[in-house]
Design a protein around this ligand. Structure first.
Ligand code: SF4
Ligand code: SF4
Length: 677
């Protein structure tokens, strides 16, 4: 082995060994997390990787940054293949990947060449964006993260530019001395390197000078590659390695589903997440995949209203905590930094509305909500710590099965103003019950809250008009457990789920209609884990069907401009964006004017995740006010919605802003009820 080959061999093996050493440490840290099976449905997972990693689907939602990243990603793949060839060739002279069929090899070389130029341009643009344009979503990155990004971008620029120059000098050198030629006639397919080689500053060099520069750029290229490799485990750009596995292992469930906590496991005395090792290995892997791009912050209601929770910082802080605690995880020594109240503040944990905007935006599919709920579970179940108002809420739920502590016998009081009798399961005979197709689960807000009772009555009227056979549970209806669960009280939530399931069983319920997206989400996505499976339909989906089937007919138009506010638990968590809009669009003369933040980018009202029942004391603005201001900008007379929580929040916001006369808040059902006649 010649001296050069030996040096390259030592450098490459040394660098790879150090890279694998640090990477194995990172992997061993995350394996200290709890077990979780994410190896099911391999086909579905691979499809997700194809679409979102190789297809870059989520990133391409943002035109400029998306296209730039798309080219950098694909360029990186081809350049990596070319680099492997260069490195092995440095150890084994004459080595080439030309053992591949010639069309494959020439395609690789052609793309490597072309992408080197495209990536160089993309990197220059990325540097310009960061240094001059300064995207808002990255503005709050700490100096270390900004330096890290600039260093990585510079290294990538170094890789592609030395690659092109190496090939250009090599071509000219080969043309003038036929001593070494790794690529043969391939240069024809490498137009960029070929064109550079024809530039006067190369063309006019002697063979010796060409040889010198060829070697110089070879060493520069290899040096930068090896430095890049060894810097990666310490950089937030570890996502280059971790994004793909993170997308592969992403949950296949609805983002609205909170996983069941096993409260009966023998010997388990710890619930929720109080230390790093209580997180699952996938939760910890998430932290490595984060590139601190800030997309999660853009639509986060708490970030936008100045609260303590910033989803990007939550994940970055967890990663820093993991790096800080890594040694302890492996050696079992004493912790020097607390997770809750140390790395992550309690306010951060409580602020979340579980709206899912962060998860929807994240290009590497990081799961923020489960981490937050698990830490809430620890605070409530292990430490008895709560936000003001939560204890009272839990007491009311325990004693009265509703958040206000109102008497159970008032549950069906909303029906009294109707001109017909709403059937109640307990009051029906067995043959009458058998004729009932749907349970209308009214929910706590629809049952007790005066404003939302109007929606319940409108829905019941429409069902009655369309001759739908339905009944309610009346005084037997109880809260389904959604808010208790999201506020971390899994004990209470599970007992509520069991109670409600038992009532459903008693009446052999198969199909459920809900007017509340939170009830809808819980029955649809969470009850199956407790052995309770139903067909669950949200009222807007159902009413749209009735209109399509002409079981309901619109009798008059509505000459009004209306905007629609998406509920997170109907839209983002369950992908029902169209039915409410389809109903509104069917009403003659009605003009639907959309808000900028809508559908998957919809902005939360601030009520989800149990926040409806806790005072919103942090931040510079109420989340509902921020949303209402957006609705007001559409200059519409009404803001329509399909959720009782959104109704309460936005109606309160009209009072806070004193615009009750300018804009009216209505459920889609109420609007439809007014035109059906
Ligand atoms: S969590 Fe996702 S969206 Fe947020 S900063 Fe990290 S990579 Fe970007
Ligand atoms: S779920 Fe919503 S409120 Fe919670 S961190 Fe994500 S975007 Fe913010």
């Amino acid at each position: 082995m010649a001296t050069k080959n030996l040096i390259v061999f030592i450098l490459v093996t040394g660098s790879c060994a150090s890279f694998f050493f640090f990477m194995s440490k990172r992997i061993r840290w995350i394996l200290k997390g709890t077990k979780e099976n994410r190896f099911d449905h391999i086909g579905l997972r691979l499809k997700k990787v194809l679409v979102n990693v190789f297809g870059q689907k989520r990133l391409l939602k943002e035109k400029v940054a998306g296209v730039m990243h798309f080219f950098i990603f694909w360029g990186f793949i081809f350049i990596t293949i070319g680099t492997i060839e260069i490195l092995v060739n440095g150890i084994v002279p004459g080595f080439s990947l030309n053992f591949f069929p010639s069309f494959i090899y020439s395609t690789i070389k052609g793309f490597e060449d072309l992408f080197s130029l495209i990536v160089a341009i993309a990197i220059l643009f990325a540097l310009f964006r960061r240094l001059v344009i300064k995207p808002k979503r990255m503005a709050d990155n700490p100096l270390s993260a900004k330096f890290d990004a600039l260093l990585i971008l510079s290294l990538i620029f170094g890789v592609v530019s030395t690659n092109l120059l190496l090939h250009a000098f090599e071509y000219q050198y080969v043309s003038q001395s036929i001593t070494e030629n790794r690529y043969g006639a391939l240069f024809v397919l490498m137009p960029i390197s070929y064109s550079i080689s024809k530039l006067p500053f190369i063309l006019n060099l002697s063979v010796e000078q060409l040889h010198f520069y060829k070697d110089f750029f070879w060493w520069a290229h290899v040096g930068i590659i090896l430095s890049f490799l060894n810097y990666l485990p310490f950089s937030k750009h570890l996502h280059i390695m971790m994004a793909l596995p993170n997308v592969f292992f992403n949950t296949l469930n609805s983002t609205g589903k909170i996983a069941k906590l096993n409260l009966e496991e023998e010997g388990v005395e710890k619930f929720g997440v109080g230390t790093l090792e209580d997180f699952s290995w996938k939760d910890l892997l998430d932290t490595y995949a984060c590139t601190e791009c800030g997309r999660c912050n853009v639509y986060c209601p708490t970030f936008n209203t100045g609260k303590d929770l910033k989803p990007k910082s939550l994940i970055a802080d967890l990663r820093h905590h993991l790096y800080h605690e890594g040694k302890r995880l492996l050696n079992g020594t004493e912790s020097t930094q607390k997770l809750i109240g140390g790395a992550i503040s309690e306010n951060t944990i409580w602020d979340c509305t579980t709206c899912g905007a962060c998860q929807e935006a994240c290009p590497v599919f990081i799961e923020h909500i489960p981490k937050i709920i698990d830490m809430r579970r620890h605070l409530v179940l292990m430490e008895g710590k709560m936000e003001p108002g939560m204890q009272e809420f839990f007491n009311n739920m325990e004693n009265y099965s509703n958040p206000w502590g109102l008497p159970q016998n008032k549950r069906d009081a909303w029906t009294q103003e109707l001109s017909f009798k709403v059937p109640v399961f307990s009051e029906l005979s067995e043959p009458e019950r058998k004729k009932i197709e749907y349970l209308y689960f009214v929910g706590c807000s629809g049952s007790y809250d005066e404003r939302n009772q109007k929606t319940s009555r409108a829905f019941a009227r429409l069902l009655n008009k369309a001759h739908v056979t339905f009944a309610i549970l009346g005084k037997e209806e109880k809260c389904n457990g959604d808010p208790s669960r999201r506020l971390g009280n899994e004990y209470l939530a599970q007992s509520q789920i069991q109670e409600v399931s038992k009532t459903f069983q008693k009446y052999n319920i198969k199909k459920i209609l809900t007017q509340c997206p939170h009830c809808f989400n819980t029955f649809k996505n969470e009850y199956p884990e407790f052995g309770s499976n139903y067909e669950v339909i949200h009222h807007t989906t159902f009413l749209n069907q009735l209109l399509e089937e002409e079981k309901l007919k619109i009798k008059k138009g509505l000459k009004e401009k209306i905007t629609f506010h998406d509920s997170c638990y109907l839209g983002r968590h369950n992908q029902e964006y169209e039915s409410p809009r389809a109903i509104l669009k069917k009403i003659p003369d009605l003009e639907l004017s959309e808000m900028p933040r809508r559908k998957e980018n919809g902005f939360c009202c601030g009520a989800g995740g149990g926040r409806m029942w806790v005072e919103e004391s942090r931040g510079h603005k109420r989340i509902s006010v921020e949303r209402l201001e957006e609705a007001l900008e559409t200059k519409t007379q009404k803001v329509a919605m399909a959720c009782p929580y959104c109704m309460t929040m936005l109606e309160d916001a009209t009072k806070v802003k004193q615009v009750e006369k300018e804009i009216q808040t209505l459920d889609v059902v109420e609007i439809l009820d007014s035109v059906v006649g």
